[in-house]
Write a protein that binds this ligand. Structure first.
Ligand SMILES: Cc1cc2nc3c(=O)[nH]c(=O)nc-3n(C[C@H](O)[C@H](O)[C@H](O)COP(=O)(O)OP(=O)(O)OC[C@H]3O[C@@H](n4cnc5c(N)ncnc54)[C@H](O)[C@@H]3O)c2cc1C
Length: 545
C-alpha cells in the first residue's frame, strides 16, 4: 500500500456537512481524504447544468434557501468568502398568493409581516406579533443547544438557558404547546384568515400536519425572523465549492466518482474504507457523512455493532412520515413573471424574487391525507422559486430557471412513480401556468424527480432529503437513534455526521461543524489523537501525520 493510501481522517460523502467536517479537521492540521460517490461534490447542494439542450441553465438540484446556516460561525471560521462564497439575502423569505392577485409576504421583520397580515385580518396581525414573540423566545432558548453537542452541551449553553428562561417565562407555557401541538392545531388556534392559514400550512411541511408534535416546523419562521434567509450566488453549489477550496488550501483531498463500498474493520476498530472496484484506504478515523442508514447498515460489516444496537440502527426511519419529496427543474427560453400578483402589490416587490406558494390550507391537508394513505394527491402543494431573478448568472441573458419542491407526495405510493411521473409533471406545469403567464410556451426542458430518482442521484435511502425522518422524537439525543447521537460511535474509529445527525438536515453545516469539534476534542491538544474510541482499543496516543 502506498503512503498516500493512509490519512488521519477519511470522510465519506462530499455533501456540505462532510466538507465542513473535513475543512475544520484539515484546518486543525489533520491529513484528510474525502470520498464522494457522485461525479461532482456538493451532495444535495449543487449547481449543475442538467439539460444538454440548455447548457447555460444551472440548477440547484437540491436545497436552495438557507436560514439556519446563517446562525452559525462556519462562514467566518473557515473564511468562506475568501473562497468565493457570497450570500444573496432573500427578504421577504416567503410570499403566499391568493389566486385572484393578493399576496402575503413574510419579511425578516415580523412587524412588517404583521402589517401585511393587517390588510387581511387585524386580529391575525395582532396574533402574529404575539406568535412571533413566542417564536423568538423559542429560538433564543433552542439555538444555543442546536449549535452544541446534543449529549454534552457546554456549561455556558446550559447555564445560559436559565436567565433566558426567566426573561421569557411568559412564553414557556405557549412554547410547550408549540413544540407538542400539531401543525394544523397551531394554525387554527392562532389564526383565522384563510390566506394566513394557507401560508403557514406551506411552511415548511415536514410531517403529517394533523399529528401532535408537528407544529414545531413553524420554528422556521422564528429562525428567518432572527437570521434572515439567503441563497448563494452562482447556485447552491457555491457553498460546497467554497468549503472544498478551504479544505484543499489546508492540504485536504477530495476524490469524486469514488463510492465507498465497505468500512474496513480490524479487531472491532474501523481502520479505513474499500471503494467500489476494490481499492482500499486506511485511516485513523472514518467519518460517515452520508446518511447514517448507509454508514451503519450498508457500509459497516454485520456483527461489528453490538447486536441490539445493530438492530436499532436498522430501524432508523427514512420513509415513515408517509411523505416523500418531489423536485422539478425547468429550463426556460424566456422570463416568467407572476404578472397578476405583481400588479396587485403596490410596494414594488417583484414576486419573481422570493419563494412563492399558492395552495390553500385545505389543499395542504388533503394532500397530506392522500400522501400518508399512499395516494397521489389530486393537487400537489409546492413552493416555487425563479433563482435567476436575484441571480441572473444562472441562465443565459433574458432566460430563467425554475426550481420547484414539494414535500407532500406519498413515500410508499400505491401507483408506482414511473406510471405517474409524466402526468404529475404536466399537472404541475399547468398549475404553474395559473401564476406565471405563458410558462408552458417557454419550456426548453423539464426534469421531474421523486423519491426513486432522488435516492439514485443522492445515494440516500428513500430519497430522504433530511437523511432521517424529521419526527419530533428524532432530534437531539435521539438523532439518528439513541446511542448514535454523539458523532463518535460505539465502534472505535467510526464517527457520524450529516443531515441525519444533530441538530437537523437542511442547509446548516452544523452537524459537520459539531462532528469536527467532537473529533478534535477527543483528539486532545497538539498533534496527538487520543480519541476515546482509540483508547478503548489500547492505541492510546496515535501520532498524526
Ligand atoms: C430537492 C431538495 C430541496 C431542498 N430544499 C432545501 C432548502 O431550500 N433549504 C434547506 O435548508 N434544505 C433543503 N434541502 C435539504 C438539504 O439540501 C439537505 O438536507 C442537506 O443539503 C444535506 O446535506 P448533507 O451534507 O448532510 O448530506 P448530502 O448532501 O446528502 O451529502 C451526502 C453525500 O454523501 C455521498 N455519499 C452517499 N453514499 C456514499 C458512499 N457510499 N460513498 C461515498 N459518498 C457517498 C452522496 O453522494 C452525497 O454527496 C433540500 C434537499 C433537496 C434534495
Amino acid at each position: 500500500m502506498s503512503a498516500t493510501n493512509h490519512s488521519d481522517a477519511i470522510v465519506i460523502g462530499a455533501g456540505h456537512n462532510g466538507l465542513t467536517t473535513a475543512a475544520y479537521l484539515a484546518k486543525a492540521g489533520l491529513d484528510v481524504q474525502v470520498f464522494e460517490a457522485y461525479e461532482s461534490i456538493g451532495g444535495m447542494l449543487t449547481a449543475n447544468a442538467i439539460f444538454p439542450e440548455a447548457p447555460g441553465h444551472v440548477f440547484s438540484e437540491g436545497g436552495i434557501q438557507a436560514s439556519l446556516f446563517r446562525a452559525t460561525t462556519i462562514e467566518r471560521d473557515l473564511d468562506l468568502q475568501r473562497y468565493g462564497l457570497k450570500q444573496l439575502i432573500a427578504d421577504p423569505f416567503h410570499v403566499h398568493l391568493e389566486p385572484e392577485g393578493p399576496s402575503l409576504a413574510f419579511w425578516k421583520d415580523p412587524v412588517k409581516t404583521a402589517e401585511e397580515i393587517r390588510y387581511f385580518s387585524p386580529k391575525d396581525a395582532d396574533a402574529y406579533l404575539r406568535f412571533a414573540r413566542m417564536l423568538d423566545a423559542g429560538v433564543s432558548l433552542a439555538l444555543p443547544y442546536l449549535t452544541d453537542h446534543p449529549l454534552r452541551p457546554r456549561p455556558r449553553t446550559v447555564l445560559g438557558m436559565i436567565p433566558k428562561a426567566v426573561r421569557h417565562r411568559k412564553e414557556i407555557q405557549p412554547l410547550i404547546r408549540f413544540f407538542t401541538g400539531g401543525h394544523t392545531d397551531l394554525i387554527v388556534e392562532w389564526f383565522e384568515h384563510p390566506l394566513v392559514r394557507a401560508a403557514l400550512a406551506s411552511m415548511p411541511p415536514f410531517c403529517w400536519m394533523r399529528y401532535d408534535g408537528t407544529g414545531w416546523a413553524l420554528i422556521y419562521l422564528g429562525i428567518c425572523h432572527r437570521t434572515n434567509s439567503a441563497r448563494f450566488q452562482g447556485g447552491s453549489g457555491s457553498l460546497p465549492r467554497a468549503l472544498a477550496a478551504c479544505l484543499e488550501a489546508h492540504g485536504g483531498r477530495i476524490r469524486t466518482s469514488a463510492r465507498v463500498e465497505e468500512l474496513l474493520v480490524r479487531d472491532g476498530t474501523v481502520t479505513g474504507v474499500r471503494l467500489e472496484g476494490g481499492e482500499e484506504f486506511t485511516s485513523t478515523i472514518v467519518v460517515g457523512a452520508c446518511s447514517p442508514t448507509v454508514t451503519l447498515n450498508q457500509l459497516l460489516p454485520e456483527g461489528v455493532l453490538p447486536d441490539q444496537m445493530e438492530r436499532r440502527a436498522s430501524m432508523i426511519p427514512s420513509q415513515n412520515t408517509g411523505a416523500g419529496n418531489l423536485k422539478i427543474d425547468i429550463a426556460l427560453k424566456g422570463r416568467i413573471t407572476p404578472t397578476r400578483h405583481n400588479a396587485w402589490r403596490k410596494d414594488g416587490l417583484d414576486l419573481r424574487d422570493p419563494i412563492i406558494s399558492w395552495h390553500t390550507y385545505d389543499e395542504h391537508i388533503d394532500a397530506w391525507d392522500d400522501a400518508v394513505g399512499g395516494r397521489w394527491p389530486e393537487r400537489i402543494p409546492f413552493i416555487s422559486i425563479v433563482p435567476t431573478s436575484i441571480d441572473p448568472t444562472q441562465a443565459p441573458d433574458g432566460q430563467d430557471t425554475l426550481w420547484l419542491w414539494s414535500g407532500i407526495i406519498p413515500s410508499r405510493p400505491q401507483e408506482p412513480w414511473e406510471d405517474v411521473r409524466d402526468e404529475i409533471g404536466r399537472k404541475v406545469l399547468a398549475d404553474l401556468g395559473s401564476v406565471y403567464d405563458g410558462i408552458e410556451d417557454l419550456v426548453i426542458n423539464q426534469r421531474t424527480y421523486a423519491a426513486p430518482d432522488l435516492e439514485e442521484r443522492f445515494f440516500v435511502p428513500g430519497g430522504n432529503v433530511y437523511h432521517v425522518d424529521p419526527f419530533a422524537l428524532r432530534f437531539g439525543p435521539f438523532r439518528p437513534a439513541p446511542g448514535f447521537s454523539s458523532y463518535d460511535t460505539q465502534v472505535p474509529g467510526l464517527f457520524l455526521t450529516g443531515a441525519g445527525t444533530h441538530p437537523t438536515g437542511g442547509i446548516a453545516g452544523i452537524p459537520g461543524q459539531l462532528a469536527a469539534q467532537r473529533i478534535l476534542k477527543l483528539a486532545g491538544k497538539g498533534d496527538t489523537l487520543t480519541a476515546r474510541a482509540l483508547r478503548r482499543t489500547g492505541r492510546e496516543k496515535v501520532k498524526l501525520g
